[in-house]
Design a protein around this ligand. Structure first.
Ligand code: UDX
Length: 435
């Protein structure tokens, strides 16, 4: 099928290349001309494993084309996916400017039936508003449907998640829309869940907030573990083996980040408050998550006593491994706090240093993890990249000025740290101290 995708960000581009991989013909539209120039050369604008290969393969197969004009998207695809940004404004309210603009442009250029599908993460009732906007601005009597098809991809495994999803959720209110979406997803082998448009919209926010709640529960437990002498990994392992609970997303750390969880939790709270359903439990997820990083910072401050002029190494800048995305990354919040306290920072990340340098040109960007540790009064681990898990702790110890490590992701080898006489503070675990 001919499909248009509006917005070549993480969601749009991944959707576009994956549909092309499944045999559809895709036109991907974005207004950023610099990004389009890179894409046409097969160069991905962000780090995502597998993306460059699919970009190049499907530009060669001619199943993937790009344009800077939303009008072209309306002419090209029988189905039009809206994948533009919906940034957060105050207290979680989503900014719908881009979505509305796209809906207007679709309306003004609609000449024959189109299925308009919202895939950006949007508040409940957005489908209704898109439909109203198109009806107001359309010229003449042209038929259209509006559907919701939330995406559940994770950065770093976005292509795998999209090609092999746990489920596909479609919110529709006409048989024609359902049948077109069944055709689009014909090549996918997973449950196909058909709901109303409103339910599909809510499934996305409800899923992300639930996962954020699970992480937050583990993070809160980690505090109880630290004071009671329990070990959070042992506790969540014991919990997760109960199938009703499940072991995923129970890893304690310095809090979740990224482009989705922080925004979606706040958005769910905002929407429900707008609908007169108080959401203290949802608000608490966000507050507890922020506290988790604050507690990590305070632990560092407590151990180092005076932070002014101390040198601190930071391993990991991205909000999680396998991405160069810095949105809401806990490492950046830690950097802000340490800088404000006068510490000097030596930072490392396997792929996110170029993006970090744009924001903080004055930090020392290390050539490798050991170089970051050189001469530092302490090391803080903020992202559990494999390179850090596998780091040679003997070299780390030799490199540090003081063998003091704060492992914000519980990813370092504790047994080895003990043998080497490192002092290691994890999350929700008894500290390791030299005997
Ligand atoms: C998330 C959802 O997983 C995905 O379904 C949705 O479409 C978009 O939001 P993403 O933000 O890419 O995906 O990353 P994810 O792997 O879910 O991790 C989010 C954050 O939670 C990261 O900062 C990660 O470090 C943290 N996390 C995750 C934990 O702290 N503990 C865990 O057990 C799992």
């Amino acid at each position: 099928m001919k499909i248009s995708v509006i917005g070549a960000g993480h969601v749009g581009l991944v959707t576009g290349v994956c549909f092309a991989e499944k045999g559809h013909e895709i036109l991907c539209v974005d207004h950023d001309t610099e990004k389009l120039a890179r894409l046409r050369k097969g160069d991905a604008p962000f780090y995502e494993p597998g993306m460059p290969e699919l970009l190049q393969r499907h530009q060669a197969s001619k199943r993937l084309q790009f344009s800077g004009r939303t009008e072209d998207a309306v002419d090209f695809g029988q189905a039009i996916f809206i994948c533009v940004g919906t940034p957060s404004t105050e207290r979680g309210k989503a900014d719908m400017t881009y979505v509305e603009k796209v809906a207007q442009t679709i309306a003004e250029n609609l000449r024959e039936y189109r299925l308009v599908i919202e895939k950006s993460t949007v508040p409940i009732k957005t489908g209704e508003r898109i439909r109203r906007t198109i009806s107001r601005y359309v010229r003449g009597d042209v038929q259209f449907d509006v559907a919701s098809n939330p995406e559940f991809l994770r950065e770093g495994s976005a292509i795998e998640d999209t090609l092999k999803p746990d489920r596909v959720v479609v919110g529709v209110d006409s048989a024609k829309a359902e049948s077109l979406l069944r055709e689009i997803y014909g090549g996918f082998n997973c449950p196909f869940v058909v709901t109303s448009v409103g339910s599909a919209e809510l499934i996305k926010h409800a899923s992300n907030s639930f996962l954020a709640l699970k992480i937050t529960y583990a993070n809160w437990l980690s505090r109880l573990c630290e004071t009671s002498g329990a070990d959070v990994d042992e506790v969540v392992n014991g919990m997760g083996l109960d199938h009703r609970i499940g072991s995923h997303f129970l890893r304690a750390g310095i809090g979740y980040g990224g482009s989705c969880f922080p925004k979606d939790v706040d958005a769910l709270a905002h929407i429900s408050e707008e609908l007169n359903v108080p959401a203290p439990m949802i608000r608490l997820i966000s507050d507890t998550n922020k506290d988790q990083l604050q507690r990590f910072y305070e632990r560092i401050e407590h151990e180092l006593w005076v932070l002014q002029d101390k040198t601190i190494a930071i391993w990991g800048l991205a909000f999680k491994p396998n991405t160069d995305d810095l949105r809401e990354a806990p490492a950046l919040r830690l950097i802000e706090k340490l800088k404000a306290a006068g510490a000097k920072l030596r930072v490392h990340d396997p792929v996110a240093m170029a993006n970090t340098r744009k924001r903080y040109p004055d930090l020392y960007y290390a050539k490798d993890p050991i170089d970051a540790a050189a001469g530092a009064d302490a090391l803080a681990v903020c992202t559990e990249w494999p390179a850090y898990r596998e780091a040679d702790l003997a070299k780390v110890k030799a490199s540090l000025r003081v063998p003091l490590v704060f492992d914000g992701r519980n990813c370092l080898d504790r047994k080895r740290a003990q043998e080497l006489g490192l002092t290691l503070f994890g999350i929700g675990k008894a500290p390791i101290k030299p005997r």
